[in-house]
Design a protein around this ligand. Structure first.
Ligand SMILES: Nc1ncnc2c1ncn2[C@@H]1O[C@H](COP(=O)(O)OP(=O)(O)OP(=O)(O)O)[C@@H](O)[C@H]1O
Length: 349
């Protein structure tokens, strides 16, 4: 196994509060490995500790205890020279782009190279290459105020790549963008990840971003990681209630209105039906298990809604079905024995 690109080892970050009212514990005993060359998402609500976690990676923050290892170097223990080296290897993009208004696109991208003391003659071809990569050839001499949000973020990405980093940190990079532009910027990040083998660690409060480009995800709540793993696994078997609440509306399908308004927690009669969400994962996605439940067990299944999408390059299907309450347990056992996941959402009748 390759060493992780970033490793949080028992990291706690406290902030003293004014007036001695005790510390705010922004992060509590974080253990997390970010694999090389992958796109890893950290998802959490406002105040969960996401920005603090990201700032620990490029040394803008230091841990109160524990270690943050980036490319095998301990960030908390780095000297000033060591920190400068780490920052060249770690690029960052921001929600509000952080471009200099008085500089053109090319001049904004040149900035980190100038700071790093790169020779003038080597800067120009590097800028050409970066502008080409993010598709901004026509905007080269424009100023930020003349650009759309998506174009500004492309400048941010080119600037972050200028020093040839091995890791890219993304702080809510698409939160200020409309859905179409978000898709384009996420696709660009994915291309960069694949073509340059760059490790990307992004923070977001949107599960759709995780679904679209992250192969790994960690869910953070109140400064603690409550769940982490491969996106596909976490989406198909969310173990924590916070994860489930982030997933609502992002995957699968909703119970149709005509059923939803009649649904109750408990069945009201022996002929009631249970409304069940059946999740198909991996190779099981196309298995006609519901048809077999009918043909082999004689259970009548009513399909109410369904969708199949792709998460982490694997099929992920979700169906909402009605099953007779009298056959519910047997039906769930049959489906689960064949690798499907079931969850009872309510009852009708
Ligand atoms: N410099 C600071 N001084 C004191 N408290 C801080 C500081 N930075 C963050 N905190 C506190 O630490 C906790 C985590 O903050 P953080 O900004 O990391 O969360 P977040 O998940 O990024 O939230 P948001 O999405 O709103 O930025 C919050 O309670 C915040 O108030």
């Amino acid at each position: 196994m390759a060493e992780p690109a970033i490793s949080f080892q028992g990291v706690t970050r406290r902030y003293p509060q004014k007036g001695g009212a005790g510390d705010v514990v922004a992060l509590h005993d974080i253990w997390l490995d970010v694999p090389q060359g992958a796109i890893t998402g950290i998802i959490g609500r406002s105040g969960a500790g996401k920005s603090t976690l990201l700032r620990l990676v490029n040394g803008l923050e230091r841990p109160s205890s524990g270690k943050v290892i980036v490319n095998e170097r301990d960030v908390g223990a780095a000297s000033d020279a060591g920190l400068r080296r780490i920052r060249r290897e770690v690029g960052m993009i921001f929600q509000h782009f952080n471009l200099l208004a008085s500089r053109t696109v090319a001049e904004n991208i040149a900035l980190p190279l100038e700071i790093a003391g790169e020779e003038g003659a080597r800067i120009a071809p590097r800028i050409d290459e970066l502008i080409e990569r993010v598709g901004l050839g026509a905007q080269r001499n424009r100023y930020p105020a003349e650009l759309s949000g998506g174009q500004k973020q492309r400048v941010g990405i080119a600037r972050a790549l200028a020093t040839g980093p091995r890791v890219l940190l993304s702080d809510e990079a698409t939160s200020a963008l409309d859905p179409d532009t978000t898709r384009q910027v996420l696709a660009l990040l994915q291309d960069i990840n694949r073509e340059l083998g760059l490790t990307i660690l992004l923070i977001t409060h949107e599960m759709a971003v995780v679904r679209d480009i992250c192969s790994q995800v960690a869910v953070i709540e109140g400064g603690r990681i409550v769940e982490a793993g491969e996106t596909y696994e976490v989406f198909s078997k969310p173990a924590h209630s916070t994860t489930r609440s982030f997933l609502t509306g992002v995957t699968g399908v909703a119970v149709p209105q005509f059923v939803a308004h009649r649904m109750q927690d408990a069945p009201q009669s022996p002929t009631a039906e249970a409304v069940v969400q059946v999740t198909f994962i991996g190779g099981h996605a196309t298995d006609p298990m519901l048809a077999r439940l009918t043909s082999e067990r004689g259970v009548s299944v009513n399909i109410l809604a369904g969708a199949i999408e792709e998460i982490g390059d694997k099929p992920f299907g979700s169906l909402i079905v009605a099953l007779p309450v009298a056959r519910l347990e047997e039906s769930r056992r049959f489906l689960e024995e064949h690798g499907l996941l079931t969850e009872v959402l309510g009852h009708v009748g």
